[in-house]
Write a protein that binds this ligand. Sequence first.
Ligand SMILES: Nc1nc2c(ncn2[C@@H]2O[C@H](COP(=O)(O)OP(=O)(O)OP(=O)(O)O)[C@@H](O)[C@H]2O)c(=O)[nH]1
Length: 309
Amino acid sequence: MKNIPRINKSGPQPQKLAALRQAHREWSESPDVLTRLTRRLSTTLKLETQLAILAEELSSVVPFDCMNYRHQIAAREFVYATGMGGPHRCDYRLNLEGSFYGTLSLSRRQKFTEQELEGIELMLAAAICPVRNACQFIAIEQAALTDSLTGVPNKRAMDEVLARACSLGDRHGDNYSLILCDLDHFKDVNDQHGHVVGDHILKLAAAELEKAVRNSDSVYRFGGEEFAILLPHTDECHARAVADRILEYIRSISVNCGDVDVSVTTSCGVAQRLPDESADQWLARADEALYRAKDHGRNCTRVFAVIGN
Ligand SMILES: Nc1nc2c(ncn2[C@@H]2O[C@H](COP(=O)(O)OP(=O)(O)OP(=O)(O)O)[C@@H](O)[C@H]2O)c(=O)[nH]1
């Protein structure tokens, strides 16, 4: 058993405790603007909420018409703006310990005075740590939802989006379709040409899928060599046409491995969501359609038809 070190008890320190009580009273009852700002910012990791707090606290010290914030976080361009701009602008690059956390601009009709600029800089210096934490939080969240090999959203992201599609579909009666797309005989690609080539083809496949669909559709890496595509406002006929286009895009992949060009095909299963259907039931139907496409010889699309069509 380990020895627990004894705590050095030097007896009560009433003066220090009284000073602490006094400091707490001041801190909680009438905080200065920087204390209030940092305390409010530390209550949230949501960057949008932090920027709203910052805009509010900044405007209590230096009036402005518009605040703009812009930062590229992983694959996402984060933009925040309040109000309408004026001709006078001050721009700040938010840097902390050698890392960049976005550009913040304030604008208004009157020129900013030197004292006002100093005030803004003091406020931004106090805000930078919480803003850094919020940016890092977004980056971590994005990483958790992104497939590290292909860069497309992963199954976890897809589960969230499918759940949202189900509730939106039930509320507004919108059509949603799902395509499951599984590369054919991919084990042979790995076995004959190695995993490095296999990985490269998976990356190319993800890129081709993104090219084959509209911006409003979304591509997910669902499993090893399996992808899913969610198509909002799309019935099964149109989804089938997209799946057939996907077959062509995947067939166009060609990787030169010395004396052979490696190409791949894919099979697609399509299912349009039925009213009141859960995400799992919907996925199971798309999977059944995919199974039929594989069973039919691969390199083709099968639709799990909606009853009545
Ligand atoms: N290179 C690489 N291969 C992967 C990855 N994930 C899964 N795979 C491989 O994908 C192959 C899938 O094999 P199977 O499930 O037998 O399917 P298949 O050979 O594509 O055959 P069908 O789906 O029936 O056409 C396996 O060899 C896995 O190792 C990955 O991230 N990289």
